[in-house]
Design a protein around this ligand. Sequence first.
Ligand code: DGY
Length: 438
Amino acid sequence: MQKRELVNEAIDTLKLNWRDGFTVPKNKLYPFQWNWDSGFTCLGHACFEPQWAMRELTSLFSGQWANGMIPHIIFHSETESTYFPNHDFWQAEVNPGAPPKPKTSGISQPPVHGFILEVLFNKFSDDPNWVAFVKAIFPKVLHSHRYFYTYRDPKSEGLAFLYHPWESGRDNSPIWDESIARIEIDKATLPPYTRKDTQLANQEERPTSDQYDRYVYLLELGKKHQYDGPGIFEESPMLVQDTLINAILIQSNQSLIRIGERLGLDTGELKEWQAQSTSAYREKLWNEDLATFTCYDLRSQAQIEHKEIGGLTALSAEVASADQAKKLNDYLQNLHDRGYYLCPSFDVDSPLFDSKRYWRGPIWPQMNWLIYRGLKAYGFQDTAEIVKNDLLELVSRLGFYEYFEAQKSVAAHLENGYGGGQFSWTSACVLDLLMVDG
Ligand code: DGY
């Protein structure tokens, strides 16, 4: 596909998924508004209908809880029935600070909205409507960061924990295998449920049924503790300081600090968090033997020793030292030399690598967008171009899918990507790369 065709198809896809106020990631498979999806989607709106970006964020923040949390799903429709777990399963009302409407889930996702807001602000800072919008939403984004520091960092380390794989955005990554294996599944006490995703996407490209049982178990655990109670920290078998959530938090803190300074807003709290988070991230999560950043398991009190894509987001957060960044760049160059598309979501040399199953190996468009910018920030222009061009090649050959095959030799025989087609963040990231950067 030529550039013009790609641009047109990306815009058509975003229009298709627009629901008069917010964007669904993918019709039926993800029929509501998702937290980090909506952030990336704003990049696309900004290229052809900037008002939609304001409306997208306004819709998302209409689901914010009193404790600051932006839920990972906002159920703007209560009748849509193609997704599990729906609002009636989450029962967010167990927390008195959840809004009565819109209905929401009870956990969050990587807090991308601070840095997305900065991208938008940089683009539209001459427009008084945008300046007013940024000023109005700034305290809400700040409050969503306060949620992580208040409820997810009980020892005040500067690193937020997660207790559910869905919070990480990387649902079935092998990095969670050990944590969720600690859960003892008792079918008699697990609430009955029916998955919908495997009726809409290829089963082999989605998490397994055993993993879903564990996701449901952790959802119930959160619900039991009103989704923000201290019992979560005390009881959850899964308790991890995640590379991705914390890198995104750091990246968004920094964006909010820059925005706040330009607009004369108070950034004191942000600067305190930021100083602590950056040094904790660099020291606690770096693994010299693997030459990457790793998640930290608070239950076993050890790093989760795998190379995976979360560690690479230290580049976009610019939290890696120059030496650490060089090692991450070498890792990517090596994968490229060996015939992989960049950036595989999991270690291709691990027996746990699975090039088509969701977060166990495939290429994810929004991750390429982040890592491309991170590599550029450190001056690794050549690798940055590979990361960008690999994504553009995959999309133009295989379509606007949710994720893609990582092995070039395998992808050469495919006619489509994996997961859902006509995907919103794929379209948005491609649009931004082509229209802003290319
Ligand atoms: C899903 O349903 O697959 C999502 O990743 C969870 O939000």
